[in-house]
Design a protein around this ligand. Sequence first.
Ligand code: ZN
Length: 543
Amino acid sequence: MKQFFFGILLAISLGSAALAQQAPKKPKLVVGIIVDQMRQEYFYRFADRFGEGGFKRFTQQGFMMTNGHYNYIPTYTGPGHASVYTGATPSTHGVIGNNWYVPSLKKMIYCAEDSLVSNVGGTPDNGKISPRNLLTTTITDELRLSTGKRSKVVGIAIKDRGASFPAGHTGDAYWYDDANGDWMTSTYYKQTLPSWVVNFNEKKRPDHYLSQTWKTLFPVETYVNSLPDHNDFESPFIGKDSPSFPYDLTALKAANGGYGLVPSTPFGNSLTLDFAYAALEGEKLGLGEVTDFLAISFSSPDYIGHRFGPSSVEVEDNYLRMDRELAQFFTYLDQKLGKGEYLVFISADHAVADVPQYMMNERIPAGNFNSGMVLGQLKGFATTHYGEGDWILSFSNEQIFLNHALIREKKVDAEKMQRDLANFVLGFAGVKEAYTASDLRKQEFTQSRAHLLQMGYNHKASGDVLLALEPAWLVGGKRGTTHGSGYSYDTHVPIAFYGWGIKAGKSSSYASVTDIAPTLAALLQIRMPNGTTGQPIQAVIGN
Ligand SMILES: [Zn+2]
């Protein structure tokens, strides 16, 4: 009898050993790279001066979806990071803007703010950060949950929202404190800073970068795919008359935010990678028994792009420098983990519009939308037609928020009021379409701007009337630019994979950024995030 049991046990243990051998091999590490404000076209426009080991790893050795887009409005940083990592749009994950109006609080809130937590390291004003407003799991959460939380997840970015949403609810997040130059976290994540973060901060890397001068990598006259270095569409730094090279950071720092100046230059990318190396070493990422995840977001390209516009020498130089630094980073990972042992994806949280004034100078229809003026007119219209009262609580993210308490008190037909205001606002130059919340709740739109607005529309948090502006119209001044629309210049972003499990190739089939997380889930053989609306990209994962 004893022998019989022993035999069964032997068979079971042999069976599980065989199973363990057959268990799918997984990557040691996933590296998620989000480049804040990167257009897909930058892969091509700057390619002749890219090296072999940086961005070209994605275009030549990786798999690139050349027609990858954001599939909702508004295209901002908070929603962008949330959407890539949840595989869902703001209608599901709840991050409907960088900031949005909350009627019950009668104020705007910040997407990553959390009054219940406080700073760990850094300064108090920059520490009330967590992913509390994110309503669904991320791919990084699912990785942690699938391994009994043995997988380590670290999210890093200069912008706190670029670190906290990718790290999900269960990972660690670190961001840059522009008040004192340190990397920090909050009590949501940790009660004290790990020693590797303390050691990193002691090196004072931001002081090193603030002693540098930003010069072009190549002679400035060779940046022929960009506008002349000195043009009328860029906003100069404070204390420098012209928006042109070189930029002496020592001279500029006092008037331009001190430590806050670093993020506005390519040295912000260098600093982010410095911290990424420290995280890899400090947390021993990729060296454990299960897959780890390092989520990096490069915030500086966004600051540079806003100030100088996508056709500037500054933006081109930023990408040429990033290419070289990414090449070094991948070489480091090759040596540390082995080529083909780690999986990387690259995307952006949104792209960007050209400077409207530049478009107008080229006789392309464009404009600056004066939202303050329009809000005044909307308020006047509402009181004229519905009587005295504070009918409009907010006009933000191109959405009108009505005063529903007053609507109930005065027994006004809310749907009619939405419709009246939508029709009225269509009369302003720059407004292309206006949809009411009632429209978006009653029917499902499958294409065009109504679909994009609906995917960004959250029943509990969004406004009463949602506008879409004309192409190349945006809220802003005469210099510099922004993003937020559903047009291709804002939605068309990199979606590319490289490394473990990825064959070289490309596809021009449509893909959305919400397909990235389910594609990773398929590759890693783990659950998709719990609000996922995207699909695994078949061209990337095979059949
Ligand atoms: Zn931006």
